[in-house]
Design a protein. Structure first.
Length: 486
């Protein structure tokens, strides 16, 4: 595929390309351009001009265009889901769900923008301004750079693109290098639906170059990234030169505290959810802090009931529910992290097998808070490190060892203990009788805590991130109105 600049599918001006392969079997899928700096600068400049045209389209007409987009999503659902599976390595049932989430996100964006109200300030409360009418309205930021991760490329793209476009912004999208094909197709459908072509630019290439060129450009109004902490720090350094604001949803090392009085069926089920997307989930639980009195039973049931029962095989088979990592390189990294944890004293009790990009669900027992896996070593794979505790205070201490603060969870039948955990953990979300992997579309999500970023990406507050408030004052308006009414 080619990249999308102002409605045209184009090659890189350097003619360089990047191959996209199927991580499941290594087969070549397609190639995409490796954008040069002049391509990036051109796309951004044309987005700036196009944003003014797109914003001049009144809200109800923008809504009609994006509703046409929803129709195209339905028409292309099969192809989009298959593309996600082939380039990402996740089972097709999960890919269908991801495309359906794109539909829901755009549908919600249409509605929330239509009901994004301004404010009228109370009159007569401040001396000297009694006759002035003060109101606020919401305006788009301009051109928003959307840097999309590999793990949920369509769903996380939609959270950035849908509200931004509906609010009148233009977007310059940089999909993940490893799997950009689905995002390119989603962007092309926006043009087909009738979005102003220059308002939807999609540039392919490596983050270390293209991402930095985008962040350096003073015409960018905001950079919105979902990715790793190091990528966030790098972009922050580049945006600082122009004081460009940024919204980041970064890494996590989410704790799940499992108390002695837990519903064991629930605990095993919530923990086993980590096998989704082969453990490649920012907010998925990554540290399992289990009361010592139930640890043996918990580990045994987790292995027997959840990990040994995952269905592997053809990823295009709807019965398959466990896939591979995004690349063999990613699987090797997980393999090294597991070995490092074992060297620090953990015990391998299940799994630990890698074949290419496949990594078997793996349980590590005897983990302690001194180990790197408890701190800031985020394992992006199906690994279950088990920690034990005697008191709830000890569990909270283990959970708070990490500098990450994305999500967390606690499973207990004791409401007071649940409230204590919820109040004590410095994370953006605490799920009671659930894991940090819980993500409802309306609920504020993301870091806002420690090193996990500053975005609260969700439908209930996203417009605060993609619009700016403007104050408009009508001086002496009420005085003249009152004088005219006599």
């Amino acid at each position: 595929m080619k990249m999308l600049i102002s409605g045209n599918w184009v090659d890189s001006s350097s003619s360089e390309t990047i191959d996209v392969t199927n991580p499941y079997n290594g087969e070549f899928l397609d190639s995409v351009p490796n954008a040069a700096k002049e391509d990036v600068d051109r796309a951004i400049a044309e987005a700036v001009a196009a944003q003014k045209s797109w914003n001049r389209i009144i809200i109800r007409e923008r809504a009609k265009i994006l509703r046409r987009y929803l129709e195209l999503l339905e028409e292309n659902r099969e192809d989009l889901a298959k593309t996600i599976t082939l380039e990402t390595g996740k089972p097709i049932f999960d890919s269908y769900g991801e495309i359906d989430s794109v539909y829901m996100t755009f549908e919600s964006a249409i509605e929330i923008v239509k009901h994004h109200y301004g404010k009228t300030m109370p009159m007569g409360i401040e001396g000297g301004y009694d006759d002035d009418l003060q109101v606020t309205i919401h305006e788009p930021l301009g051109v928003i750079a959307c840097i999309v991760p590999f793990n949920f490329p369509a769903a996380l793209w939609a959270f950035k693109a849908g509200p931004a476009l509906m609010a009148g912004n233009a977007i310059v999208v940089k999909p993940a290098t490893s799997n950009p094909l689905t995002v390119l197709k989603l962007m092309g459908l926006l043009v087909e639906a009738g979005v102003t072509p220059g308002a939807v630019q999609c540039i392919t290439g490596r983050g270390s170059t293209v991402g930095n060129w985008i962040s350096d450009n003073p015409a960018i109004a905001q950079v919105n990234l979902t990715g790793g902490v190091e990528a966030g720090k790098e972009i922050a350094r580049h945006t600082a030169e122009n004081l460009t604001p940024y919204k980041f949803e970064l890494g996590g090392n989410d704790p799940l505290i499992i108390c002695a009085d837990c519903d064991m069926d629930l605990a095993v089920n919530e923990t086993g959810d980590k096998t989704r997307n082969a453990g490649q989930c920012c907010s998925g639980a990554k540290r399992f802090i289990v009361h010592e009195s139930i640890k043996d039973e918990f580990v045994k049931r987790l292995i027997e009931e959840r990990l040994k029962t995952v269905k592997e095989g053809d990823l295009l088979d709807m019965n398959t529910d466990f896939g591979v990592l995004i690349s063999e390189k990613a699987a090797i990294e997980v393999e090294h992290q597991v070995q490092h944890t074992i060297e620090q004293g953990a015990k391998l009790v299940y799994g630990g097998v890698r074949r290419g990009a496949y990594y078997m669900p793996t349980v590590l027992d005897n983990c302690t808070k001194e180990m790197d896996i408890c701190k800031n070593m985020e394992v992006f794979g199906p690994v279950f490190p088990i920690f034990t505790f005697k008191t709830l205070e000890e569990a909270i201490e283990i959970a708070e060892t990490s500098d990450y603060g994305l999500s967390s969870g606690v499973i207990t039948s004791n409401l007071q203990d649940a409230m204590k955990v919820a109040a004590s953990l410095r994370t953006g979300m605490v799920a009671v009788n659930g894991s940090g992997g819980f993500r409802a579309q309306e609920l504020p999500f993301g870091g806002g805590k420690k090193m996990s970023g500053n975005s609260r990406e969700c439908m209930s507050s996203v417009l605060e991130e993609v619009t700016q408030e403007k104050s408009i004052i009508f001086r002496y308006a009420m005085k003249k109105y009152n004088e005219g009414s006599h």
